[in-house]
Ligand binder design. Structure first.
Ligand SMILES: C[S@@+](CC[C@H](N)C(=O)[O-])C[C@H]1O[C@@H](n2cnc3c(N)ncnc32)[C@H](O)[C@@H]1O
Length: 486
């Protein structure tokens, strides 16, 4: 492989970064209440919706609840209702508040946000959110909490490379049963965000919830939202589970419920450019997370010798150009009531203006499979990157050559279980190649094969536990040094 000629470029500053410090703000009134609630949430160690237990765990036998309704409460349309019964009263929510609910559902509010992310990227996400200027950032499991106003919600969607979605907390309460969950959902002023003109989808996740059925909990919330909108505005929204306008996320734990509006819609790792998937592609936010954990300097060369469909390099190119990950995709907040299209256009115009047009640093991807390289090139074009931004070529990882004295390899090789018994030999050959040719380079390998360091006979400098979908992985960092220094 020959070295890549440098292209001209000025890297622009990343948008709206701070000096990395979090300043505690003095708050009063609603903001003070929000801050206290945020604090309480942390103290309660509220687990994240995305870290919710798998179904099997959720459905394990639960302690019997005294007030568990066996049938829908009065006022519910029930298939078993006898025709002779008096018609159900129009307003059938529980009279008088039985729960102490907290709301933040005015556009002028400061919201508690939960941004889920792949497990293992929490710290990197917190660093990113602080750099974007968000306040009260705290790490949870598989995500981070922070505070933001509605404009901040838009900014987080546009700029976060690591979050999977931006969930905006609408209400929270300690609850004991499905009736109280219904009441919480009924009390929440959804009409500030959507009405019968929008279609709706409700999803529920839980950790250690005592409820017998998450499906029933989900149904109660859906009914409560529709009942509230019908009572206030005369019509119920239609349910659309495939392409809804408004998505509500319910998170339940042992004793509380949190109701969120999903402001993102499709997961944020869908940047809008992927068409050719290649073999086992990484999610885009995980790829960005690898670059963050590897501490890649966007002014230094980057090689992915097992590049597949090019995810790591395309993410790297967008980072180097200062292109926000959400600049080319739609979001659910655009479909909600009172969406300020003008403010959103202004935010995007500002982001566009900060995107550099050329990249100086060599970005190189290679793969043994010509179809993968074809897919990577197509993806690069769809990612609005000129053809010379990343050099993609068919090459065996055993033949790849460095393009500078120092740089980064960040890569996602084929996993151990997909290779046959010859893989130990392959890894020892690859290690010999790296030792011979890449001294001075930082080599970062994400793999579910935890034996990789011993197969490479290299001692990792650092290892980061990560999940690639369901696969328990590590990102191993090896600093290659000249043989005489080893
Ligand atoms: C797990 S996939 C990489 C997926 C990639 N990160 C993405 O997001 O699309 C591993 C890739 O390694 C490639 N590969 C396998 N053996 C190779 C070798 N000896 N040299 C170069 N590439 C190889 C496969 O063709 C496959 O595309």
């Amino acid at each position: 492989m020959t070295s890549t000629p440098k292209k001209t470029l000025t890297l622009k500053q990343k948008p709206r970064t701070t000096d990395g410090t979090v300043t505690e703000r003095q708050r009063s009134g609603a903001r003070a209440r929000q801050a206290q609630q945020m604090q309480r949430l942390r103290e309660d160690a509220t687990p994240s919706p995305e870290a919710a237990a798998p179904k099997a765990e959720r459905s394990r036998p639960k302690p019997k609840l005294a007030a568990q309704p066996k049938k829908a409460p009065s006022g519910y349309a029930s298939p078993s209702s006898k025709p002779a019964r008096p018609p159900a009263p129009k307003r059938h929510h529980i009279e008088g508040p039985k729960i102490q609910a907290k709301f933040s559902a005015q556009r002028s509010d400061e919201f508690v946000i939960f941004a889920p992310c792949p497990l293992g990227l929490e710290e990197a996400l917190a660093t990113e959110l602080i750099a974007l200027g968000f306040a009260q950032v705290s790490q949870g499991r598989a995500g981070c909490h922070f505070m933001a106003d509605w404009q901040g919600v838009l900014r987080a969607n546009l700029y976060s490379r690591l979050a999977t979605r931006i969930l905006v907390q609408m209400s929270f309460a300690k609850i004991q049963n499905e009736d109280e969950l219904y009441e919480l959902a009924y009390q929440t002023p959804w009409e500030n965000w959507f009405g019968a003109e929008q279609t709706l989808r409700v999803d529920t996740s839980a950790i250690r919830s005592p409820f017998q059925s998450l499906q029933y909990a989900n149904l109660r919330v859906k009914d409560a939202i529709c009942d509230r909108l019908r009572d206030r505005e005369g019509a119920r929204p239609d349910i659309d589970t495939v392409r809804p306008d408004a998505k509500v996320h319910v998170f339940l734990n042992e004793d509380s419920a949190t109701l969120y509006i999903d402001s993102s819609g499709e997961s944020l790792f869908k940047r809008g450019w992927r068409y050719d998937k290649g073999e086992a592609p990484l999610r885009e936010n995980l790829a960005s997370g690898l670059l963050a954990l590897a501490d890649w300097d966007p002014n230094s060369p980057l090689i992915d010798p097992f590049c597949g469909s090019g995810t790591i390099l395309i993410e790297a190119a967008w980072i180097a150009l200062g292109a926000p990950p959400g600049i080319w995709r739609p979001f659910h907040f655009e479909r909600l009531r009172h969406h300020d299209a003008r403010a959103w256009q202004d935010l995007k115009a500002e982001a566009h203006a900060n995107i550099s047009t050329t990249i100086e640093v060599p970005l190189i991807g290679s793969d043994l499979n010509p179809a993968a390289i074809q897919a990577a090139r197509s993806n690069m074009a769809r990612a609005h990157l000129p053809a010379d931004t990343i050099r993609f070529e068919v090459c065996n990882a055993l033949d790849i050559q460095p393009v500078a004295a120092q740089g980064w390899i960040v890569t996602n090789p084929p996993y151990g279980e997909r290779l046959d018994d010859t893989d130990t030999e392959f890894w020892s050959d690859w290690a010999a190649h790296l030792k011979r040719n890449f001294s001075g380079w930082s080599v970062n390998v994400i793999t579910s094969d935890l034996e990789i360091p011993s197969k490479l006979r290299l001692k990792p400098n650092r290892r980061f536990p990560l999940y690639n979908g369901p696969l328990d992985c590590r990102l191993f960092n090896f600093q290659m040094v000249a043989a005489s220094n080893r």
